[in-house]
Design a protein around this ligand. Sequence first.
Ligand code: KIV
Length: 279
Amino acid sequence: MPRVTIRDIARMKSRGERIPMVTVYDYTSARVADAAEIPVVLVGDSLGMVVLGYDSTIPVTMDDMVHHTKMVARGCQQALIVADLPFMTYQVDQGQALTNAARLLQEGGAQTVKLEGGEAVAETVHRIVHAGIPVMGHIGLTPQSVNAFGGFRVQGRLRAEAVQLLKDAQALQDAGAYSVVLELVPAPLARLITQRLTIPTIGIGAGPECDGQVQVLHDMLGLFTDFVPKHAKQYATLGDAMKQAFIDYAREVRDGDFPTEQQSFTMSEEVLAELTVPQ
Ligand code: KIV
């Protein structure tokens, strides 16, 4: 199957076909997402939290993103690969933004990039798009600004916030973005934005009426057992399954039940006999 393109994504919106998207961070998860025919994968800077163990996405670097995008690109032949530009790699000036966006394609192997912000980054989006790099926007709760928001909270409940989000979405579309993520936005506002835009919206905690949905891999697979965000749905409980597998393995090693003959290798009796003859 040929790789999904941004034109396919646009067609999906015009036909009313919903767009599933999931985050992946390595070769193995990318291969599984491809085998499941997920059309869009995101190498999200959420890897800072779920893979690298930071408490926000802020410490993630360009080198981290390039490293993980390379792994995903090796595993993923069909899905459109979106890679995040991390915090402060596109805000300083447009030259910096272009250079870093290009790295995600040239070195990482992504086809498109994502960055956070609305009107404030519209010129930067325009510049990147006109250099031939498709851009996905991201508004609402933009995790790189968690300190400015004072926490991971729903955005757009107040009139002024909602008006700004409508402007942000329109500014991204006018700047040439091919899609926009709406994160932690009230469902009725996400519906309104989705109706007003011609480009697809991808929701996370933004209700059922976005054109697509994105979920963080570790949330949807239940790899974190202690906390499930309200916007996430666990489709599996792999964290529990992993823990049980580790417990069973450790017990079998301690009891001498692993490995058995099945996991062991033989050698010729003759050679063994020679080795064990007293010298
Ligand atoms: O980094 C990420 O995983 C994201 C999604 C939450 C949209 O940006």
